[in-house]
Each structure stands twice: as C-alpha cells, then as structure tokens.
Design a protein around this ligand. Structure first.
Ligand code: ATP
Ligand code: MG
Length: 252
C-alpha cells in the first residue's frame, strides 16, 4: 500500500514527513475553483489548495461554508464551473476523463455510512470490487476479510448493517473504501452522526491509516484528530479558503 512498507514504523514516519515536507508529488491539486448551485448561489469562490502524496489535510469551517462541496468536487460528485482539479495527474473536469474510473480510485466516507441495507457486510465490501474492479468473488472475499479484520470487525462479516452499531457501520464503510485500493481517501464528517462513545473507534482507524501514509482530506470538527495526525488545516468561510496552515503554525 505504501512505498515505505519495508521500513520500521519510526523510519517510515520520518521518510513520509520528508516526502510531504518537500511536497514534490501532489495527489490532489485544486486551482481557482468556482462552483455555483444554480445561477444565483456561489458555494465555492476561487478555492486553491493542494494535497501532497501521503499528506493529511483537515478541512473545517462553519456550517454552509462549502466543505462538503469542496471535497465532492475532488472526486467529481459535484461539477464546478471554473478552475481546475487534478487528481493524481488526471484532470477531473476534462470531458474526456472517465469519471466512474476516477471515482473508483478515490475512497469516500460520508457522515451516514451509506451501506446497502439488504446486503450482508461481506457482500457490501465485495460488490464494487467485483463489479468495478473485476476481481473474482474469491479474491474479493479474501480482501474483504482482511480489511474487516483490520478495522476490528472480522466476526461481523455475515451480519446485515442494521445489526451493527453506528461506529461499526462506519468502520465497515472505511473498509469498503479501502477494498478498492484507493490512491486517496476523502472523509466528510465521518464521526458526526455517531454517539460519543463510538467516535474514538472510528478515529483510531483513521489515525492508523494516516500513519501508514494514506493521502487524506478530512472534513471534521475533531480537533483531537487534527492535532494527532493532520499535516495541514484548511479553514473555509462562505465558500472561500480563508486559511491554509501547516499544523505547526497553528500551535498544535
Ligand atoms: N445541492 C445543493 N443545491 C443548492 N445549494 C446547495 C446544495 N448543496 C449545498 N448547497 C449550499 O451550498 C453551501 C455550502 O454547502 P456545503 O454542504 O458544502 O457546506 P458545509 O460546509 O459542508 O456545511 P455543513 O457543515 O453543514 O455540512 C450551503 O449554503 C448550502 O446550502
Ligand atoms: Mg458538509
């Protein structure tokens, strides 16, 4: 999953930090993006930022400031009218870009887990692997089982989503996204619909992912997460990126 896999944990963290600090390889480049919903309302105003490979960026700001809109533009769930977004070298807003293929490469985790209620957990994990990536059923099941183990849910594969707690369902949603071997993960308030006692079990999975070098853009109000693993924090207000700061500059 990561080019630093052969290194020890500490060496890996240092190598990752060096790569991010140099910011040589950008995974997500957002340049001067404007987005209107209908003719009258501008939800994003000249937004420019970038996320380096392996970097973890937290996006925060008041309700309605455009956080969800921004990350939905990154994997083309929302179209935008001007500017440019480049994802791993591919221009998102190029009519020639194969959007379903591009979206399959970016993991997205929402506030409401959006699992298929009529499918068992293992089936939820296998579906896109088989239909989109063309993996064999056995291969998809093996990958899913490994990921369920990783998020601490290996004994729940045969249950239906309604039989799991909110925190467990969100961990399934993260495992489902990881099953696609994403190049980056986008999170939109993944813990805000959870009861307080379930927040940490989801954040722990996200912290592990960040430490393993996953490129992440995370809309969250969890400043504990930001202080632990974010490299940068972006603040949005009324559709604008009003601050884009290295965590160290924020005094975390
Ligand atoms: N589909 C839509 N059609 C019209 N307006 C929309 C749509 N989605 C969002 N908006 C508006 O765009 C603005 C930004 O919305 P967005 O959901 O990106 O904000 P947010 O920062 O994620 O807010 P929250 O913290 O409440 O999730 C808001 O004023 C919202 O009402
Ligand atoms: Mg939102």
């Amino acid at each position: 999953m990561c080019e630093f896999d052969h290194l020890s944990q500490r060496e890996r963290e240092l190598a990752l930090l060096a790569a991010i600090t140099q910011r040589e390889t950008f995974m997500i480049e957002i340049s001067h993006v404007d987005k209107w919903y209908g003719p009258g309302f501008q939800a994003l105003k000249d937004c420019t930022t970038s996320v380096a490979k392996g970097e973890v960026v937290v996006v925060c700001g008041p309700s309605g400031s455009g956080k969800s809109t921004l990350i939905k533009c990154v994997n083309a769930l929302e179209p935008f009218q001007s500017g440019e977004i480049i994802l791993d070298g591919i221009k998102v807003n190029d009519p020639k870009t194969d959007l379903p293929k591009l979206r399959a490469r970016v993991g997205m985790v929402f506030q409401h887990f959006e699992l298929f209620p009529h499918l068992k957990i293992i089936e939820n994990l296998c579906l896109a692997q088989e239909k989109v990536l063309g993996r064999s059923h056995d291969e998809a099941v093996a990958k899913s089982a490994k990921l369920l183990d990783r998020v601490g849910l290996k004994d729940h594969a045969r249950k239906y989503p309604a039989e799991l707690s909110g925190g467990q369902q969100q961990r399934v949603a993260i495992a489902r996204a990881l099953a696609m071997d994403p190049i980056a993960m986008l999170f939109d308030e993944p813990t805000s619909a959870l009861d307080p006692e379930m927040i940490s079990e989801v954040l722990d999975v996200m912290v592990d992912l960040a430490r393993e070098g996953m490129t992440m853009m995370v809309v969250t109000h969890e400043m504990g997460f930001a202080s632990k693993v974010a490299h940068r924090v972006i603040f949005m207000d009324q559709g604008e990126i009003v601050e884009d700061a290295l965590k160290t500059d924020l005094g975390f």
